[in-house]
Design a protein around this ligand. Structure first.
Ligand SMILES: NC(=O)c1ccc[n+]([C@@H]2O[C@H](COP(=O)([O-])OP(=O)(O)OC[C@H]3O[C@@H](n4cnc5c(N)ncnc54)[C@H](OP(=O)(O)O)[C@@H]3O)[C@@H](O)[C@H]2O)c1
Length: 270
């Protein structure tokens, strides 16, 4: 059985990955898949997504990735089913907006644990099941990993300090892992989006009506644009996708402009 695993599948980008993979358009990236496993905490949301997309090909795997026992039960499921995993998408992530000192230890802990520890732990658990399809496997048949980072990871972000730091981790980890896994014919694509219309901003501001404000509001994208581009980048084996012109500019600036200058302008523009 060849499967895809998507974390953060109950909403936003993860949910859109599941929808896009249900169409023939992208089913070849690491596929075709006998099943697509959807991980998140919200069992009811996963169940309705599975019902909408098809019970034969989608499986809800309710899981709190910040909880050790829950992660172990996912590992046990893999161990009992012994599938091959053609595609792993690490999309689960969160961050709390606001000054560092306004956040509780629990809030910062949750972001660090989910964005860094869980992402690397899920990757560690899944990797032994990512085996290329036989001796005659072509480039196209390579197993693939997509890690969702963020343009927030390019630079420190006052007011979003812990989140930005966790996304720097994701970028660094993904790029190093991509090189390490070359000899195993597995590619890692690190996706760096800017602001995107999902539940993310609502969770980060603890406000169900929250939207992006300030200069970020000028660069908001949507999952129906971002996710196909991410799957195409993974299909081509790209190590990194910086999505959107504004984010590409920020990425370039982060490499050539002194960080203090960018932070100064960032402060002025917020
Ligand atoms: N939207 C943006 O502006 C933006 C920009 C750049 C990068 N990103 C990154 O994109 C990724 C996807 O976020 P999104 O925009 O799709 O946000 P979202 O709509 O809030 O989705 C986050 C997903 O993570 C899951 N999740 C949260 N805590 C979890 C936990 N403890 N265990 C398991 N799953 C958990 C959520 O499901 P449950 O609540 O059901 O567990 C949900 O499915 C994240 O890594 C985020 O950092 C977002």
């Amino acid at each position: 059985m060849n499967i895809a695993v998507i974390t953060g599948a109950s909403s936003g980008m993860g949910e859109e990955f599941a929808k896009q993979l249900s169409s023939d358009r992208f089913a070849h990236i690491g596929g075709p898949f006998d099943e697509i496993w959807l991980l998140a905490r919200s069992k009811d949301k996963l169940d309705s997504l599975v019902n909408a997309l098809g019970k034969d090909h989608f499986r809800a795997v309710p899981c709190d990735l910040t909880d050790k026992a829950s992660v172990e039960s996912f590992a046990a499921l893999l161990s009992s089913e012994k599938p091959t995993v053609g595609l792993l998408i690490n999309s689960a992530g969160m961050g709390k907006n606001g000054p560092f000192l306004s956040q509780s230890v629990e809030e910062t802990d949750q972001a660090v644990t989910l964005n860094c520890r869980a992402l690397s732990e899920v990757t560690r658990i899944v990797l032994p099941y990512m085996t290329p399809k036989g001796e005659n496997a072509t480039k196209k048949d390579r197993p693939r990993i997509i890690n969702i980072a963020s343009s927030a990871g390019f630079l420190p972000q006052p007011g979003f300090a812990i989140y930005a730091a966790t996304k720097s981790f994701v970028i660094s980890f993904s790029r190093a892992l991509n090189v390490e896994l070359k000899e195993k014919n597995i590619t890692v694509t690190c996706v760096c989006p800017g602001p995107c219309e999902t539940n993310f901003i609502k969770v980060s501001k603890s406000d169900p009506n929250a939207t992006f404000t300030g200069f970020k509001s000028k660069f908001v994208t949507t999952v129906d644009k971002l996710i196909p581009a991410s799957l195409r980048a993974a299909g081509k084996g790209k190590s990194m996708l910086v999505f959107g012109l504004g984010q590409k500019f920020l990425h370039l600036a982060s490499k050539i402009v002194p960080t203090n200058w960018i932070l100064f302008f960032e402060r002025k523009m917020v």
